[in-house]
Design a protein around this ligand. Structure first.
Ligand code: GLU
Length: 387
């Protein structure tokens, strides 16, 4: 069987595309599926891209990235996390986190290797591992332990063929920010079994209530075995630019750069200039207003959803999502989403897309326009009361 035929379509992308097509046909669908904020990219970032284009930066960049972008990334890792990263050897520019993940897996995997993923986790981790010839091994996270994998379960899943563990914090879809003590068992096991940790940190800047993201690479002994993945898609409303970066030990980043040479030559040079403006200290300071708006929406929508009969929602700590246990309505997540779309024209992502153990959950993107969120809440409430 072809590898591509053996994996599921991306639920987040497929549902968002279908919702966009229905909206284009004039149907009043409210799309709370993929994690996309409605705001356009801030003008100061767009202006940096225009200036770069007018200055002639319209050709390929080095495969590793535009040197000034790599410097901004290294400077930010030091400023925010106290991490000392050499921009000339320990960073690579990527076309978002998904491409960063692909390059990281290419740097780590041998044919037949196993990669541990959390259950639930972002919809593309397991398919990407499979497409690259690896075997994903799902380890349940425990809602009672702040959605971390249990140390015993993780230890039992690590075997002779395990090469990497993919973790996401702040977590998509669960919305928790893992604290250093939450990450301790994972770090201990990764060190003991010589595993690489691939840390998806895409939601690090959008942590709420003053919470702070802990970079796994900053934990003792983890710098030399962690590849951090970052993208500006979420934090800077730059989804269309397809820009991010990865950092990690020199030998792994060197393999990622080699893969990049063959697969895309480089990340977009124009997007790298824009991302430099976004990630500089002054640029991040300019984002604070947008992040505060998003926090108000996500925290407010999640709180309001908790009032809907049959829904259970924990207060959200970070990210764009309300992660909702819908079992109290008598429906599973798949049926809930199918009927909610058909009867009330609200698109959401069923929990099963994030892993088999989350069939009773639904994920709603809560960072949308306030009027849309208010209307979505009315529809969801009417739907739940009518069941
Ligand atoms: N990562 C986002 C999500 O979980 C965007 C969708 C995607 O690119 O798959 O919704």
């Amino acid at each position: 069987m072809r590898a591509i035929d053996a994996v599921e379509a991306s639920a987040t992308v497929a549902i968002a595309d279908a919702a966009a097509a229905r909206r284009a046909d004039g149907e009043p669908v409210i799309d709370l599926s993929a994690g996309r904020a409605p705001e356009p990219t801030p003008a100061f970032i767009v202006e940096a891209a225009v200036a770069a284009m007018l200055a002639g930066h319209t050709h390929q960049a080095p495969a590793r990235g535009v040197p000034s972008y790599l410097h901004v990334i290294a400077e930010r890792l030091l400023r925010v996390h106290g991490l000392r990263v050499n921009p000339a050897s320990e960073v690579v520019a990527t076309a978002g986190c998904k491409q960063g993940l692909m390059l990281a897996l290419l740097a780590v995997l041998e044919r037949g290797a196993e990669v541990i993923v959390e259950d639930p986790c972002f919809v593309s981790y397991a398919p990407t591992v499979s497409l690259l010839g690896g075997t994903p091994v799902r380890v349940a996270v425990d809602p009672g332990r702040r959605w971390c994998m249990k140390e015993e379960a993780l230890a039992a899943a690590i075997g002779r063929k395990t090469r990497a563990i993919i973790v996401c914090s702040p977590h998509n879809p669960a919305g928790v920010v893992h604290r250093p003590e939450d990450l301790g068992p994972l770090a201990r096991l990764a060190r003991a079994h010589d595993c690489i940790v691939i840390a998806d940190e895409v939601y690090e800047s959008v942590a709420w209530g003053g919470r702070r993201h802990t970079a796994i690479a900053s934990l003792p002994g983890m710098r030399e075995r962690t590849i951090g993945l970052m993208s500006l898609t979420k934090s800077h409303a730059m989804g269309g630019w397809r820009i991010g970066h990865a950092y990690g030990p020199e030998h792994l980043i060197a393999r990622m750069v080699k893969a990049q040479q063959h697969l895309s030559t480089c990340a977009s040079s124009i997007a790298q200039h824009a991302a430099s403006a976004a990630l500089e200290a002054a640029g991040e300071a300019r984002m604070k207003g947008m992040w505060a708006t998003w926090e108000r929406r996500v925290v407010g929508f999640t709180r309001d959803l908790a009032e809907v009969p049959g829904l259970r929602v924990e207060p959200v700590e970070a990210g764009f999502y309300a992660w909702v246990d819908v079992r109290g309505t008598g429906l599973g997540g798949d049926e809930f989403c199918r009927r909610l779309l058909r009867e009330e024209q609200v698109a959401a992502v069923p929990g099963s897309a994030f892993g088999p153990r989350s069939a009773g959950y639904v994920r709603f993107t809560a960072v949308k326009d306030e009027d849309e969120l208010a209307e979505a809440l009315r529809r969801i409430d009417r739907f739940a009361r009518g069941l």
